[in-house]
Write a protein that binds this ligand. Structure first.
Ligand SMILES: NC(=O)c1ccc[n+]([C@@H]2O[C@H](COP(=O)([O-])OP(=O)(O)OC[C@H]3O[C@@H](n4cnc5c(N)ncnc54)[C@H](O)[C@@H]3O)[C@@H](O)[C@H]2O)c1
Length: 407
């Protein structure tokens, strides 16, 4: 993995869910793209022409990029192209105390610093704690660099990054006029529209977009629990609320709200607002609490200690292979302490050796729980087993994709 070439773009963290689809989109538009990533195993998978995760249309883009020699891969920072655009797409998590973990961006930049030149435009694309873009500008200046710094957030839904890059307006911000001009030129060929904002406002846009979704789902989940506890059929309530009633038209349906972005971005705002983001914190209690609510529902009907529970769908959302921050695993962890046995299955997930085939899980379980509403489960024969299905997915199939828009 030491292929050194001048490239138009180097994507740092380019083997990840944001970086790789972006690399493929730009390669498809004719750019020479370099992926720099510390995960050598994933780089090897990509070099072999195999997508390491599902993204709509990506397999074909990858083949095309490799066949046309538009993609190079490296894990050596010394290989990064000395000119062009450095796009940063590394993970920006919260720590075990739900505080933002600032170390990742600084440590990635420090590793690259000897190779960062004044010819580079840095495009920060990871979701950032407010103020990070200005911090990086100052940091590079203190290190004697004239590198331009911009923040242009990724806002696509996980699994549709290639498609949505070409569909969504691109927020562009920069710490200087030159940075903004260069970032606009960079994105212009691949995005439909550009929205220019100052860096702090752009950082808030990304965090607030995700947090807004998280709170929306929490409203749906809380309504569900209130109605369900009272013995009401919430699917009927939801239908009544939304049918022909435009003001409630966007009301999501209940479901496990998880994944690598919504929760942690809401917590980034909570930390930034000195833990005064009460709506965000309440949303977290509701969304995380839905899993425990379902467990209590099962416990109210069955003697859990004598019951094998089968969990259907371990990915964090429908039609995805991504188990990062999936609430299915929270449910598994809690049930392991209380149930006789817990079996798990998922048609998409390939990196969990504990999974079993669907038929066996249905056969051997006393109770089933729909954790991710994969389309394979819609209307399937559950062999008379009781099903706990907050999505209302198996028993009364729904027409809309309930997870549409979850990131
Ligand atoms: N997944 C999404 O759909 C999505 C959508 C919008 C925004 N985001 C944001 O984008 C960022 C990346 O998310 P992701 O889902 O792609 O994460 P990911 O874990 O899939 O990818 C991150 C990649 O960065 C690599 N990496 C980590 N540290 C590195 C370093 N120091 N140098 C080089 N490579 C390094 C990892 O090996 C990995 O391949 C996060 O800030 C996330 O919040 C994600």
């Amino acid at each position: 993995m030491t292929d050194r070439k001048y490239a138009d773009i180097c994507i740092v963290g380019g083997a990840g869910h944001v970086g790789l689809p972006m690399a493929l989109s730009f390669a498809s538009a004719g750019s020479r793209v370099q992926i720099y990533d510390i995960n050598e195993e994933t780089l090897a998978t990509i070099a072999a022409g195999k997508m390491p995760f599902v993204d709509d249309g990506a397999d074909e883009y990858l083949r095309h990029a490799l066949d046309n020699d538009r993609l190079t891969l490296t894990s050596d920072p010394a290989d990064i192209t000395p000119t062009g655009v450095l796009v940063i797409t590394i993970g920006t998590p919260v720590d075990e105390f739900l505080n933002p973990s600032h170390g990742e961006v600084k440590s990635a930049i420090d590793t690259l610093l000897p190779y960062i030149t004044d010819e580079h435009l840095i495009v920060l694309r990871s979701t950032l704690y407010p103020g990070t873009t200005d911090w990086l500008h100052r940091y590079l200046e203190d290190c004697g660099r004239k590198t331009r710094v911009s923040f242009c957030p990724e806002r696509s839904v996980q699994g549709r990054a290639i498609k949505e890059l070409a569909e969504l307006p691109q927020i562009v911000s920069g710490t200087s006029a030159a940075a903004i001009t260069e970032a606009k030129q960079f994105f212009m060929p691949v995005v439909p529209e550009i929205v220019e904002l100052p860096p702090l406002e752009a950082e808030f846009v990304k965090l607030f977009d995700n947090s807004y979704r998280y709170i929306e789902f929490a409203i749906a989940n809380q309504f569900f629990m209130v109605a369900d506890q009272a013995g009401a059929d919430y699917s009927k309530v939801h239908f009544g609320m939304t049918y022909g009633y435009d003001r409630a038209r966007h009301m999501p349906r209940p479901g496990f709200t998880a994944g690598p972005c919504l929760f942690k971005d809401t917590m980034q705002i909570a930390a930034f607002a000195r833990n005064q983001f009460s709506l965000g914190n309440s949303a977290m209690l509701v969304n995380e609490g839905l899993v425990l609510y379902v467990i209590e529902k099962i416990a109210a009907k069955f003697d859990l200690a004598n019951v094998t529970v089968g969990l259907l769908g371990m990915a964090f959302k429908a039609e995805s292979d991504d188990i990062r921050a999936s609430l299915s695993y929270k449910m598994k962890k809690h049930l392991m302490m209380r149930a006789k046995n817990v079996l798990t299955t998922d048609p998409y997930v390939l990196n969990d050796p504990a999974l079993s085939p669907l038929d066996g899980v249905i056969e051997q379980s006393d109770v089933l729980v729909v954790c991710a509403p994969h389309s394979d489960y819609r209307g399937m024969d559950v062999k008379g087993k009781p099903v706990f299905d907050v999505w209302n997915h198996i028993t009364k199939p729904i027409s809309a994709d309930v997870t549409k828009g979850m990131a």
